[in-house]
Ligand binder design. Structure first.
Ligand SMILES: Nc1ncnc2c1ncn2[C@@H]1O[C@H](COP(=O)(O)OP(=O)(O)O)[C@@H](O)[C@H]1O
Ligand SMILES: [Mg+2]
Length: 604
């Protein structure tokens, strides 16, 4: 699945999306509802000030006592009480607002975290092909930023929506109280705010999707600047990086501004409509007062409400377009949840029995990209305890063959069997627990050397650890380090030399003590001296194991029980060193003459 090409098809299916996000909201439902409940009075209190204008104007300014429910309140009492009441209400609204902000932030963060944690757990299970197809930036963006947008915003904006709606409603009620005819005008003004949002939601979605890709590209440039810093320095690529980054920023600007172009007019248009409404109300209100249908206080209260109404209406417009954005991000998030990796456990998996016979490739065909076959009908049998060396032309498919064994990828046709069990019938974790892989460039995690080795077997005893250190020739390295085994490695272990990193990786493989060992050019990146030490370490690792080794060192190849020659995806020759050398015009002999012999002469 290419994350770039998202359709986010479900972005407008609000009901479906809400159903999907609901399980994440549910555990915090009490607080979410409390937050919403608190939001209601916060909104309603908006109407209080304008509501109080009417009695203030009519009674205090007009010097009349207020008769209410059989009580008579002198106008002077009102005059003194009302300013205090307003302060009291403002204070009350302040407290409620604080409570609301706290509840909103608390719940939205909790919900976001829950979504992120679940989404991340789907990411770590993805197949190799998923990581081949997607850049780090896009992955960061979709697995980290999108859940933020999707769930942090939801509670936040719903609260704002509630405050705005109830604010608007309370003001409309005050208006109705003053004059229902005028209030109608207000409601029309309010209604006009909703229209443009539905017109621009497609635009919002397309901009949001484009922005996701662009931001992903920017993040990828960032990552490459970090990981590729040596190459950037060595080849003076600083300008190239600057250009890439600038381009990303420009693209992001263009996309964002295109949305502003479309959305930016919403607010002024609403303001225009509101102004027309106010103008009309002034005109009509004057008439009502002159006709004696309305008091001056009522009118003042009404106009104030109408003016105050502008704020919640504007915020409604903005919130609705935010919510649109949230739904688009949610569409993308739940699209990811529904993406099931291709390589997963079958329903009825079996345990790997102790290997008795060996590993068999039966008519294995494989392609990374459709219609570009990489492996063509490979048949091969490696007996238990046998070491098979794989040689062949570069790009011929050697790494691909060994990548199929732990199921980084699955065969397209044919099958791979351990003893007589198809590896696809074996529990994935179990299969992988039986295989140790040493690559040309092994990833070390940020942390200590000890941590990096124990990753492979957290419950290893000190004795096992020491044994692994000894066998991997790491002891010499460790004794020179100030903190020994507890020396902190930089990101990706870059503070060690290539040979040292390789030995840590071998120790890691060693401590697992798996029956199958795969070595893919494990010494190729090293100089002769470290290669010799690493080779000794590897020899220890390979003892009594079933081994697949891809190497260019003649001694490694010669020492293997058999050699498989892979040429452009086909197994062309298979046999011992002597057997293969005796094939007239054979591929192995050719390779030997061209490559191994010379290398060997140089090494010795
Ligand atoms: N992840 C991948 N996605 C697409 N093509 C790939 C991938 N890895 C390798 N290939 C292609 O598959 C072919 C075999 O690659 P590989 O097995 O790495 O060769 P070797 O290890 O023999 O040098 C090459 O043409 C290579 O370009
Ligand atoms: Mg390779």
């Amino acid at each position: 699945m290419k994350l770039k090409d998202t359709q986010a098809l479900t972005s407008f299916e609000y009901k479906w999306l809400l159903k999907r996000i609901f399980p994440y909201i549910k555990p915090f439902m009490g607080r979410v509802i409390l937050g919403f409940l608190v939001a209601i009075p916060v909104g309603l209190l908006d109407g209080v000030v304008s509501f109080s204008l009417k009695p203030y104007m009519d009674y205090v300014v007009g010097k009349q006592d207020l008769a209410i429910a059989g009580l008579t309140i002198p106008y002077m009492t009102l005059a003194y009480a009302m300013p205090f009441a307003i302060i009291l209400f403002a204070a009350l609204q302040g407290v409620l607002r604080y409570l609301n902000t706290y509840l909103t932030d608390w719940t939205s963060l909790k919900i976001t975290n829950a979504v992120k944690v679940d989404l991340f757990s789907t990411l770590v299970r993805m197949d190799s092909s998923f990581f081949d197809q997607n850049t780090s930036g896009i992955i960061l963006n979709r697995y980290l930023s999108d859940p933020d947008t999707a769930s942090k915003g939801i509670v936040d904006n719903l609260t704002t929506l509630i405050i705005s709606v109830f604010g608007a409603v309370s003001l409309v009620v005050v208006m109705l109280h003053s004059s229902w005819k005028l209030a109608l005008v207000g409601v029309v003004v309010l209604g006009a705010a909703f229209l443009p949002v539905s017109l621009i939601r497609k635009k919002i979605k397309s901009v949001s999707n484009k922005n996701m890709v662009i931001t992903g590209d920017i993040m990828t440039t960032m990552n490459e600047t970090y990981s590729g810093n040596r190459v950037i320095t060595a080849y003076n690529l600083q300008e190239r990086q600057n250009k890439n980054f600038n381009q990303g920023i420009i693209n992001s600007f263009n996309v964002t501004i295109s949305l502003t172009k479309r959305v930016g007019w919403m607010s002024p248009i609403m303001y225009m409509i509101a102004s027309c409404g106010i103008a009309f109300v002034l005109f009509y209100g004057t008439k009502l007062i002159y006709d004696g249908q309305m008091t001056a206080g009522g009118f003042a209260s009404f106009v104030t409400s109408l003016l105050l109404l502008y704020k919640p209406v504007k915020s409604l417009g903005r919130t609705l377009s935010h919510i649109q954005n949230i739904f688009v991000a949610m569409g993308r998030v739940f699209e990811l949840f529904d993406y099931v990796p291709k390589i997963i456990d079958k329903e009825n998996t079996v345990q790997v029995p102790e290997i008795k016979n060996g590993i068999t490739f039966e008519n294995v065909c494989f392609e990374y990209v459709e219609n570009k076959p990489v492996l063509k009908n490979i048949n091969l049998n490696v007996a238990k305890g046998e070491t098979l060396a794989i040689v062949g032309n570069s790009g011929g498919g050697k790494s691909t063959i060994v990548n199929l064994i732990p199921r980084f990828y699955d065969v397209n046709s044919g099958c791979i069997k351990i003893d007589n069990t198809d590896i696809r019938d074996i529990k994935l974790a179990d299969l992988r627990n039986n295989i140790s892989f040493v690559f040309q460039d092994n990833f070390l995690f940020t942390g200590t050397i000890r941590e990096n080795i124990l990753l492979a077997k957290p419950d290893a005893t000190e004795e096992e650890l020491q044994q692994a250190l000894k066998a991997s020739h790491l002891q010499e390295v460790i004794s020179t380090l100030p903190d020994g085994l507890d020396t902190l490695l930089g990101e990706r272990g870059l503070t060690l030399s290539g040979g040292q990193r390789q030995r840590v990786a071998i120790a890691r493989a060693m401590i697992r003590n798996t029956p199958i060992i795969i070595l893919d050019e494990a010494t190729s990146a090293l100089d002769n001296e470290s290669e010799a030490i690493v080779q000794k370490a590897l020899d220890n690792l390979m003892q009594n194991k079933t081994v697949f080794v891809i190497a260019h060192r003649l001694s490694t190849i010669k020492n293997a029980d058999r050699i498989a020659v892979i040429n452009d995806g086909c197994l062309v020759e298979l046999g011992t060193h002597e057997q293969l050398l005796n094939i007239k015009d054979g591929q192995y002999k050719h390779l030997y003459d061209m490559q191994f012999k010379n290398l060997e002469e140089k090494t010795v």
